[in-house]
Design a protein around this ligand. Sequence first.
Ligand code: ZN
Ligand code: ZN
Length: 178
Amino acid sequence: MCDWLEESRSVASRMNGRPVLLAFALELLFKKNPLEAIEGCCLECGRQLDYSEMFSPGRPPRYMCQRCYKALLHEARRGQCLLCHRVLPKQQQRELQWNPRELKNAFCQEQCLDYHKILAGRVLGVSFNLEGLDRLQGPKQVYPVDEEQRQIGYDKYNQLMIDGKPIRRLPQLGGRRK
Ligand SMILES: [Zn+2]
Ligand SMILES: [Zn+2]
């Protein structure tokens, strides 16, 4: 099984201090703000985890309670990415059938998987640059931003701006969960 602590550390070192806000599609940031993932608390339900629950000898560290983990495994059988809910490539769906506990296959392999590693890493105590994420909210309204060339800024009311445009919540893109 995947060691999410190791995986998350490797994303952190690849990002090398770059703000999470600039590295991922806004769609993902609005689905689950990394600030909602709290160190030592289940990523899904927020319940505080015991140390022994997270780090039991001989197993990879856990960032979810047993119940939420099982629910997620169940959901993974739908063959859709657990984050963005897009249908997964056939190969990943097959891998999931053979090895349903390998949650790595339950995410789109680029952004969604790395993003999940960040969320897991937050629970496991890995540090990321979270600048601007606390201001990532607002009424439903779309402002197109260039996903490639984003820059963080703040207007005179201290509202978050990316690329000089105020950021508001995007409409939910294909998905049941928040
Ligand atoms: Zn839970
Ligand atoms: Zn995805």
